[in-house]
Design a protein around this ligand. Structure first.
Ligand SMILES: Cc1ncc(COP(=O)(O)O)c(C=O)c1O
Length: 416
């Protein structure tokens, strides 16, 4: 037997074990100033490509004013209690109606945190007789929801419809014994690769198999589809998505989210999602702030147009400069490089300190050893000059990586 704290001390976890070297620089960096493409990191302004402020709403004057006014008017305590008990308001209900209409569903339920809500909704929807079929590259919140599930779960190879069909066949066989149902879960936009989930193909499979489809469209809401209604709209299959999840953490540049579906399912979720029944309702300033954002998104399609102009310029520029950006078809822009974790830290250091570019970096153990992903998130408030500068800086970095210049040093120089 060992003391729990001794165990933790010996094993701080996959990422936590690097905390001493990385804290404050690679992990938990502090970006200061108004949220925009130019923010201060370690006392100096950097060109920032790391925030999911897709439509540039975070610092939009109308948004800032609405947030401030609502804060002053309501305070952050209001309403108190869970929605079911004492935390319901007309504004909560209005926002739910507007969100549902925006994503072409009958009704929606507001949630406080997207992550918690995804896991909790999955928990509420299925019981031990049911089977979950889900994409292997699903976000952690889906995986946690699946972990709560008491019945069987079958995972299919990322976006591989043959594999998905195989798992559906296994699931059908199983539920024919248990009398249960099948829930398929995937993402609209995969946040690391920028791949779209194959929603249209999955919806097509409904002709052969009896299941319901739950889509986490955290990155697709506001960025994809003609009106920004998401990846289902983009692929022409929004109706085939039975349960739609959107977060306020990205395009809405806020916190909270919603789950939309038909009226009965939303009512079921209202009365059965433990994370909402047993937790305080979203404070009114956030609800009022989300209503303002919804209004702006509906009335200003040019935000999305600008986002895509920057996205296309960035992705086109990187490809032209010989970069591998994988198979993205969305604003999420991964740049794939080969190198060690040490080289990755040196690249990031160089990008931040020499070129003043701040972007996210992903290395082992999140992805296989030897791979490096630099992830860029274009937004409607970046400029074409930002894109040009970044592609040139990345090209210089690529040359240095090829010449072995990043093979030495590492964490040490960050600390120095
Ligand atoms: C695909 C996906 N689902 C869910 C979430 C969680 O949403 P939230 O930040 O609202 O908890 C995220 C990250 O924000 C995400 O990228």
């Amino acid at each position: 037997m060992q003391d729990l704290f001794d165990k933790i001390k010996k094993n701080m976890g996959e990422i936590g074990r690097y905390s001493k070297e990385s804290h404050g620089y690679f992990t938990f960096p502090k970006l200061e100033g108004d949220i925009s493409p130019r923010m201060v990191f370690r006392g100096r302004e950097r060109l920032n490509w790391s925030l999911n402020n897709y439509l540039g709403l975070a610092n939009h004057p109308e948004v800032r004013k609405a947030d401030a006014d609502a804060g002053a008017k309501y305070g952050f305590a209001m309403p108190m209690g869970a929605r079911m008990m004492s935390g319901n308001t007309n504004l909560h209900e209005q926002l739910e109606r507007e969100l549902a209409a925006f994503v072409h569903k009958e009704d929606s339920i507001l949630v406080n945190f997207g992550y918690q809500a995804m896991a909790s909704a999955i928990d509420a929807l299925v019981d031990r007789h049911d089977v979950i079929v889900y994409d292997a590259e699903s976000h952690a919140c889906i995986l946690d929801g699946v972990r709560l599930h008491m019945g069987k779960r079958f995972v299919y190879t990322h976006n591989d419809m043959t594999s998905c069909e195989k798992q559906l066949q296994r699931a059908e066989k199983l539920v024919s014994d248990t009398g249960g149902s099948i829930l398929v879960i995937t993402e609209g936009v995969f946040g690391m690769s920028g791949n779209q989930g194959k929603l249209k193909e999955i919806v097509e499979l409904k002709k052969k198999y009896n299941f319901r489809l739950f889509v986490d469209d955290a990155h697709g809401l506001g960025t994809m589809g003609k009106t920004g209604a998401g990846t289902g709209e983009e692929q022409g299959c929004q109706d085939g998505i039975d349960i739609y999840f959107g977060t306020f953490a990205k395009s809405f540049a806020m916190i909270g989210g919603f789950i939309a579906s038909n009226e009965e399912v939303v009512t079921f979720l209202r009365y059965n999602m433990r994370s909402q029944i047993y937790a305080k309702s979203l404070p009114l300033p956030l609800v009022a702030g989300a209503l303002k954002r919804m209004e702006l998104i509906r009335n200003h399609p040019e935000f999305k147009t600008k986002l895509w102009e920057i996205t296309n310029a960035l992705q086109g520029g990187l490809k032209k400069a010989g970069f591998n950006i994988g198979t993205t078809t969305t604003p999420v822009t991964p740049v794939f490089l080969n190198g060690t974790v040490n080289e990755a830290t040196n690249i990031t250091f160089d990008l931040r300190e020499k070129y003043n570019i701040f972007c996210s970096i992903v290395v082992y153990p999140v992805i296989p050893k030897g791979q490096i992903i630099l992830r860029l998130i274009p937004t409607a408030v970046h400029t074409l000059e930002d894109v040009k500068y970044t592609v040139e800086a990345f090209s210089a970095v690529k040359d240095k990586l090829a010449s072995g210049e990043y093979a030495k040093g590492g964490f040490a120089q960050v600390q120095g």
